[in-house]
Write a protein that binds this ligand. Structure first.
Ligand code: ARG
Length: 560
């Protein structure tokens, strides 16, 4: 039963369609006054009347029934009380029936969403700056899939540019296949840094790098072999991190994939009279839209980041026929996306409106918590390893007899990193703190995982819930039911707003409602009916928390 829909259907207000009305109806934070509420100030403009007047008029004409038992006007709000017994019975049985599918939906059926995320650069370290795009993008993939959409997760690899010429030169001078295979990404970073140091003294190295880059582009066999080796090493290394974070992709088509797909785009731009010459370069003038020009070709005829993004967007439309094409990329690139979306629009691609930049803030590390080793970047791998190690220590301290300490530490450690990155509205900058993400108190993953483990231990001790006659529901029980009832809606708005943190916050709210219930409501020693009702609540909470964490890529543990 969708109560908002039901209430909206019964209200029937002239000039306000049902769907809009549904979005106006809220679940009040304190359900003493009502289980649902309509803030009538939202209708003031449309109905040209005061909220108090509107609430009173609506209350007097509302016909209560077996589902909505009470409707009252209070200070410009219309408050509804529902039949909580029906609500509890239907909700709990649906959650227990559907299990890990509870909360999933078919609204996305037949629709496709492309999600460009993580999009790392080949031969460059995978650092803490990539954490957000990776976990936000991965969570969005899981959320959209859960809602029935076909999702194409794309790692738009940064595998094009003169830096690959530089790497080849550096490789030939200071490394070997053997050294790269052993030293992996660290070796590649080492020679890349060395190249930059040396090129300052010897600018000829840069010319050589350009030469080798050209060779890659021209299909030279040896250069391409090396380039493929660098790519392979990088992908193997980052894959370890992706596995830990439960992240996967459907496509690794990176920038170089579009090498042969840009010429037709440039042609099209020319044909549509969009291309202008500027100091030998080809640009699309965006002055009219208050933006600097979008660079399409450099004076030497080579393409740019934007050129490849335009080609990629066209390719994605042709290949996947997306309904939405999302880019989970830091806000520093706001202008880039605005520019090339505008170019797509000017090219007459009506689907340009379906391309969306999902921007997020920066992640930095709390100072002093890890040396950045003389200005070097903080590797994501090290952050995760250190969090797992710290989690292991905490477990040793708190529960030394735990069976699978290593697996638990891994789930808790990686969970803490993911949850920490998904805890706040994505546009906010975050400062990562080991102690904070690993704390068992406050807004953390261990707190939620611990709640799941608590549900488990209750169920292990008392057994699975049996049939019961619904007892009268107390306030703490209802608070949990109320949270449980919000899950579906939360998942949908996380997708609508591209905001996985809504799921994170939700998990915290549900965990906290459950813990309050746990402290005030006995389970084990209670009489049959109450006991089974409370066990059903416990099992439902375990199910929904597990599903919520699953959408974020976080595993739960039986015990901790
Ligand atoms: N590789 C780029 C970077 O690290 C991000 C690419 C994002 N995706 C895109 N289609 N532009 O900055």
């Amino acid at each position: 039963m969708n109560y908002k829909e039901y209430i909206a259907g019964k209200l029937n207000i002239d000039g306000v369609d049902k769907d809009t009305l549904i979005t106006f109806i809220e679940i009040p934070p304190n359900t003493d006054m009502g289980d649902f509420a309509l803030p009538c100030f939202k209708l003031s403009k449309i109905l040209r009347s005061s909220p108090i007047q509107i609430a009173e008029n609506l209350a007097s004409s509302f016909e209560c029934d077996g589902t909505v038992k009470e409707c009252t006007a209070v200070n410009g709000y219309l408050n509804f009380k529902i039949n909580r017994d029906d609500f509890a019975i239907t909700l709990l049985s649906e959650i227990l029936d559907k299990g890990d599918l509870y909360g999933s939906d078919k609204i996305g059926e037949g629709k496709t969403v492309c999600i460009d995320y993580s999009s790392i650069n080949i031969a460059k370290p995978f650092h803490i700056g990539h954490l957000s795009t990776t976990v936000i993008g991965s969570a969005l993939c899981k959320i959209f899939r859960f809602l029935g959409y076909k999702v194409v997760g794309i790692n738009h690899l940064g595998d094009y540019g003169t830096q690959f010429g530089k790497l080849i030169v550096a490789f030939k001078l200071w490394s070997s296949e053997q050294a790269v295979k052993e030293g992996r990404l660290k070796e590649l970073t080492r020679i890349y840094v060395k190249f930059h140091d040396q090129a300052k003294l010897n600018p000829k190295l840069d010319d050589e790098a350009r030469h080798y880059f050209k060779l890659i582009e021209d299909g030279d066999e040896e250069s391409n072999k090396l380039f493929e080796l660098f790519k392979k090493i990088t992908l193997e290394e980052v894959d370890k991190i992706y596995k830990l974070l439960n992240v996967s992709f459907d496509s690794y088509a990176g920038e170089s994939f579009y090498n042969d797909k840009m010429a037709p785009i440039v042609e099209e731009l020319k044909e549509k009279n969009l291309l202008k010459e500027s100091d030998g370069a080809s640009i699309v003038d965006l002055e009219e839209y208050d933006m600097p020009p979008c660079l399409i070709l450099k004076s030497d005829g080579s393409s740019l980041y934007a050129t490849r993004d335009i080609a990629a967007a066209v390719y994605r439309k042709n290949t996947y026929n997306f309904d939405k094409n999302l880019y989970v990329v830091a806000y520093q690139q706001n202008l880039h996306f605005k520019q090339f979306f505008k170019v797509l629009e000017l090219m007459g691609k009506e689907w340009a409106k379906d391309c969306i930049h999902v921007a997020y803030g920066m992640v930095s590390l709390e100072s002093g918590s890890m040396s950045t080793r003389q200005g070097k970047v903080v590797l994501l791998e090290d952050v995760i390893a250190k969090t797992i190690e710290k989690a292991y220590k905490v477990i040793e301290e708190k529960n030394p007899d735990l069976k699978d300490k290593e697996r638990t530490a891994r789930a808790v450690g990686t969970g803490a990193v993911i949850f920490g990155a998904l805890c706040n509205n994505k546009i906010k900058d975050i400062v990562f703190s080991y102690d904070r993400v690993l704390s068992f108190e406050g807004e953390t993953c261990p707190y939620v995982q611990y709640t799941v483990a608590r549900c488990n231990s209750i169920l292990n001790k008392c057994g699975e819930p049996d049939k019961y006659q619904l007892p009268s529901i107390n306030a703490d029980e209802y608070a949990v039911l109320n949270e449980l009832g919000r899950f579906k809606e939360v998942v949908k708005s996380a997708a609508d707003k591209y905001e996985p943190s809504l799921v994170t916050r939700y998990a915290l709210d549900l965990a906290s409602a459950f813990n309050k219930f746990y402290f005030t409501c006995k389970i084990a020693g209670e009489e049959q009916n109450i006991r089974n009702f409370r066990l059903s609540i416990t099992k439902a909470v375990k199910t929904v928390l597990t599903n919520a964490l699953g959408l974020l890529g976080i595993e739960t543990v039986e015990e901790m």
